[in-house]
Design a binder for this molecule. Structure first.
Ligand SMILES: Cc1cc2nc3c(=O)[nH]c(=O)nc-3n(C[C@H](O)[C@H](O)[C@H](O)COP(=O)(O)OP(=O)(O)OC[C@H]3O[C@@H](n4cnc5c(N)ncnc54)[C@H](O)[C@@H]3O)c2cc1C
Length: 505
């Protein structure tokens, strides 16, 4: 067997629109490789629920690659450190070239990729890292970025190879689990499930999207639910964008479809925000660890274990907050607005450190995507200096988004018998009613851990003081110029336009 073309799969677990696989397939014997890296799965943002999803994507990828190679399975799995795994293959078989997509992951994956690059240079192995999703490595300014993204999204999909000469290398088993985190209602992985969701969303579910995305009652079916498939690359962003644009073109030709058109446009913008935020992490990797704006850097440095744990376990005494957290524990997903509210409640009302809050949520999200996640955590915790402070009134959200209390009753069974009049604020119930409805506050269900209105007022005051100095304002302006797209900069000076653009939900 001549030296191998190694295709290293990371978070791009598909055979369609996979340029590294296609290019390698044109050049001879291919080793489609996944390296199970125990250290990666020990990182504080990683969890078993994410692994379970990735594992199912890998199993389907294995079958798909096998079919291309005329055999039952096609993925070669190695366990351990990436450099060592590649060195072993190189020693045993010789690597002619290494192919991969450029990954915008966390700092750990970035350092790992640097080590692999150094190894490839030392060994004289060409390492082709192909960009994807319109992300530009080493980008200095956002001017022109949007046009570049458009060009990338409009390119035809890279076809799956028609045949693949798969090298007969030994393969390790995929571990069953990487921890004891259980998520009974998590989405299942695999490209075919992702494709089915894309189809069902664009053919009918999208009709309820704009109307349904804010409430956690409607969002699970109104939203596309594509996020974990995009995170793990079972679907490419380009194929989602192109399918959406085909649906948009059909709706545009029909004047009766105004509502549908609005929903499709709202969805299409979100697909572009995905790359917008991943580009932010690519250009400013420090946002994983440090606030974008230093105004609050010396505040919220200590975790208060009692407050933090109450929030993290869904026992704050605010039923809607607790229901959201418990849904997240059980399903690995919640909608945008509720992610924002959970973050804001922890970082504003409870004044907890944004990074600890972000890590807890990252582990709970099956779709954890570092670029979107750390950008959003910073935005929703008031750490960027360039986005509005959104201190949610958690009780108002409860009345607005769950008017009958059905969502709360589903996820907080202690409150199952509490009638709608008290469900949003059970701590206001007179003691005899608490007993009557089987929910004594402080016994069956916690009393609120903070008074939400005064906690919000205190947070607003602290934010105002931290960001009002001329130096803080000047820095905010600089950050805005560097990290915002033109649309966002315009939106800041024209809030009504921002609403229209759907930049806030
Ligand atoms: C604090 C916080 C943390 C978040 N962390 C993540 C994360 O780790 N991974 C993740 O995929 N999303 C994250 N989001 C964004 C958003 O909440 C999810 O993308 C969305 O809820 C996923 O569900 P969906 O696929 O049904 O979304 P849809 O509404 O159907 O959107 C389709 C796709 O567009 C992209 N998208 C949607 N909203 C946004 C947004 N605001 N910014 C960037 N891209 C967006 C996602 O890829 C999503 O899959 C976070 C939001 C907040 C407020």
């Amino acid at each position: 067997m001549p030296p191998l073309q190694v295709v290293w799969f990371k978070r791009d677990l598909r055979i369609v629109d996979h340029a590294p696989l296609y290019e390698a397939s044109q050049r001879g014997w291919v080793a489609p490789l996944y390296i199970f890296e125990p250290d990666l799965w020990r990182q504080p943002d990683a969890s078993n629920r994410q692994w379970q999803f990735a594992r199912e994507c890998l199993q389907e990828l294995d079958r798909e690659l096998g079919a291309l190679g005329g055999q039952s399975r096609g993925l070669i799995v190695r366990t351990g450190d990436a450099v060592q795994a590649l060195e072993q293959i190189h020693q045993a078989h010789g690597i002619a070239a290494l192919w991969a997509h450029q990954e915008v992951g966390n700092d750990w994956t970035f350092q790992r990729d640097r080590a692999v690059r150094r190894w490839a240079r030392r060994r004289g192995v060409p390492f082709h890292e192909i960009p994807q999703d319109g992300i530009i490595r080493g980008l200095k300014s956002r001017e022109g970025w949007r046009d570049h993204w458009e060009t990338e999204m409009n390119r035809p999909l890279v076809p799956a190879p028609t045949v693949l000469q798969i090298a007969p290398l030994r393969s390790d088993p995929l571990p069953d689990s990487v921890g004891d985190d259980v998520c009974p209602f998590a989405q299942r992985g695999g490209r075919s499930r992702g494709l089915a969701l894309l189809r069902s969303f664009l053919s009918h579910r999208v009709r309820g999207y704009a109307r349904g995305l804010s409430s956690p009652l409607t969002a699970p079916s109104a939203c596309s639910r594509l996020s974990p498939y995009l995170t793990w690359g079972a679907l490419s962003l380009r194929e989602a964008v192109q399918a959406t644009r085909r649906a948009l073109a059909r709706a545009q030709n029909d004047p009766r479809q105004a509502g549908l058109l609005r929903s499709l446009q709202a969805f299409e913008s979100r697909l572009s925000w995905r790359s917008h935020f991943i580009q932010r992490l690519e250009s400013l990797p420090s946002i994983e660890f440090e606030p974008m704006h230093p105004a609050l850097a010396h505040e919220r440095t200590e975790i208060d274990p009692a407050l933090f744990d109450a929030w993290a376990q869904g026992r704050t005494g605010y039923p809607f907050v607790d229901a959201c957290m418990r849904m997240l524990h059980a399903t690995g997903w919640i909608n945008f607005r509720m992610r924002a509210m959970l973050t804001a409640f922890a970082c504003y009302h409870l004044w907890q450190p944004w990074r600890a809050v972000g890590l807890h949520l990252a582990r709970l999200f099956v779709d954890y995507e570092p670029g979107i996640h750390w950008s959003q955590i910073q935005m929703q915790s008031g750490s960027t200096g360039i986005s509005a402070f959104r201190i949610y009134n958690v009780v108002k959200q409860s009345y607005d988004q769950d008017p009958t209390g059905a969502f709360i009753r589903r996820w907080v069974p202690e409150l199952r018998r509490v009638p709608v009049a008290w469900i949003h604020e059970p701590y206001r119930m007179p003691p005899d009613l608490q007993r009557q409805y089987g929910c004594v506050i402080g016994v069956d269900y916690p009393a609120p851990i903070v008074a939400h209105e005064s906690a919000a007022r205190a947070a607003r005051q602290r934010l105002h003081e931290a960001y009002r100095t001329p130096e803080a304002k000047a820095l905010s302006e600089q950050l805005l110029q560097r990290h915002s797209s033109r649309a966002r900069r315009e939106a800041r000076s024209q809030p009504a336009r921002a609403q229209q653009l759907g930049l806030f939900e």
